[in-house]
Design a protein around this ligand. Structure first.
Ligand code: ATP
Length: 444
């Protein structure tokens, strides 16, 4: 584990709590392992990432359509998908400290927490979360919270295809909650029990499978580079070897991100074969076979899936953005004044522009001059504290630009724009500010 790891994660977790990005669920009751709440800035970040993904995957394409399915669906769905019987991890209990671990976390037969050698044999542990629907709590009324967002896509395949008049190749995308009873939630939000996924299932003719697999691999690379502006040194592709592949999969790869706690999976691109449509056809007794009216061919489409965790994307963005550097003001005694700065790209930054009247006396004219910007940009109007403190607050939440309205603004009808990363300041006439800001944010 790198030396930087713990301090960086500690600093990040504390910033997320302090500034209202993410904090433990039910905190006043001591928290609840694997569940997290997104505060005001976290919600904004989350929505921005969702919107970017949706825009990239759905809105810019004619051949991908959306779905928002129920979280709980017919229990047979999860029987057909194999989750009820096979969605499990091997777990080991430590008889010493009574903690429970995934088999792959235990090395050399030793408890990773207390070092005890008194461990149970590995046992299967199903990760599906269960509930009961209706007034009777018995086997017949048992249902499951979805463990992934893609199964309802397969179940709804025919009605979506028909209602949207799609022909192969086409995709169905969904963003939504998934639930897994993870044995050991850890690394902040990285492994949670409730999380959101952004998944797209692309249905193709079996003869075109590999060309579409390559296409989505390159599209998803483009998304990380151009939409999320990832440093590509922090992203790598891991091709699954034969021992890692699901039994129905022809090939698969992970996009891995270099988190402070190591390289970890962010997204999977999977060739799922025709397994899901076949299974649901068999279990529902509704034939989901596709009929090509040009070639008169009947077949089950092959599925290429792109599946990414929204929370993991946000964690990656938070880790990549966190930085500390020298602030513009140095103290007299030459002690360096450090600032924390979240270097978010403008497209995901919770606030794009801080609106700062220099003095409380300027609140009204500043509002009148700057309020219209809120129709177009995500802004935060902040009047409390010295201007230096306010810049620092905006840096800490990753706001790319601040506009300061000072006493001269009343005369010269201009404001000072300050760049988060360079800390450079410039005077800009108020009548140009909207276009200037739009151009600068687009280039940020
Ligand atoms: P892992 O090996 O990390 O458990 P997985 O291979 O089971 O992940 P998939 O079932 O392919 O993951 O899910 C697709 C994506 O959903 C993952 O790449 C990840 O981003 C996200 N994801 C999966 N499980 C969790 C979780 N417990 N908490 C947060 N995100 C998750």
């Amino acid at each position: 584990m790198a030396e930087q790891t713990i301090p960086l994660m500690e600093n990040l977790v504390s910033l997320c709590k302090r500034r209202g990005f993410i904090f433990p669920s039910s905190e006043i009751y001591g928290g609840f392992g694997g569940f997290w709440d997104y505060g005001p800035l976290g919600v904004a970040l989350k929505r921005n990432v969702e919107n970017l993904w949706w825009n990239f995957m759905v809105e810019r394409r004619d051949n991908v359509v959306g779905l928002d399915s129920s979280i709980i669906c017919h229990p047979r769905v999860w029987k057909a998908s194999g989750h009820v019987d096979h969605f499990s991890d091997l777990m080991i209990d430590c008889k010493g400290c009574k903690r429970r671990f995934r088999d792959d976390q235990v090395e050399a037969g030793k408890c990773p927490f207390c070092g005890s050698l008194e461990l149970t044999e590995p046992r299967q542990f199903n990760l599906m979360m269960q509930t009961y629907i209706g007034p009777v709590f018995d086997e017949e009324h048992r249902a499951y919270l979805r463990a992934e967002t893609c199964q309802p896509i397969f179940v709804d395949f025919d009605s979506i295809r028909i209602s949207s008049r799609q022909k192969l190749p086409f995709g169905i995308a969904q963003i939504g909650k998934a639930f897994r009873n993870e044995i050991n939630p850890r690394n902040f939000t990285f492994r949670s029990r409730e999380f959101s996924q952004m998944e797209m299932e692309f249905f193709v003719h079996p003869s075109e499978d590999m060309q579409w697999f390559e296409y989505w691999k390159s599209e998803r690379t483009r998304y990380y580079r151009d939409a999320l502006k990832f440093d590509m040194d922090k992203l790598r592709i891991h091709d699954h070897g034969p021992d890692e592949l699901a039994h129905y999969a022809k090939c698969a790869l992970d996009f891995q991100f270099e988190f402070p706690f190591g390289w970890q999976e962010l997204e999977g691109v999977h060739h799922r074969g025709d397994y899901d449509l076949r299974q649901h056809s068999e279990y529902s007794e509704k034939d989901l076979v596709y009929f090509d009216d040009q070639t008169r061919e009947r077949f089950y489409p092959v599925v290429i899936e792109t599946s990414v965790g929204l929370d993991r994307t946000i964690l990656a963005l938070l880790c990549a953005a966190y930085d500390e550097d020298e602030a513009e003001t140095k103290k007299e005694d030459k002690e360096v004044d450090r600032r924390v700065v979240m270097r978010f790209p403008a497209a995901v930054a919770p606030i794009q522009c801080g609106l700062l009247p220099l003095s409380k006396k300027l609140e009204e004219p500043a509002q009148a001059a700057l309020q219209p910007l809120r129709e177009r940009f995500r802004c935060d109007f902040d009047v409390t504290g010295s201007i230096g403190k306010r810049y620092r607050r905006q840096d800490e939440i990753g706001t790319p630009f601040c506009l300061t309205f000072d006493f001269d603004s009343l005369e010269d009808h201009s404001v000072t724009i300050r760049h988060r990363d360079t800390m450079e300041q410039e005077r800009i006439p108020l009548d140009q500010i909207e276009n200037e800001l739009a151009a600068r944010l687009a280039a940020f």
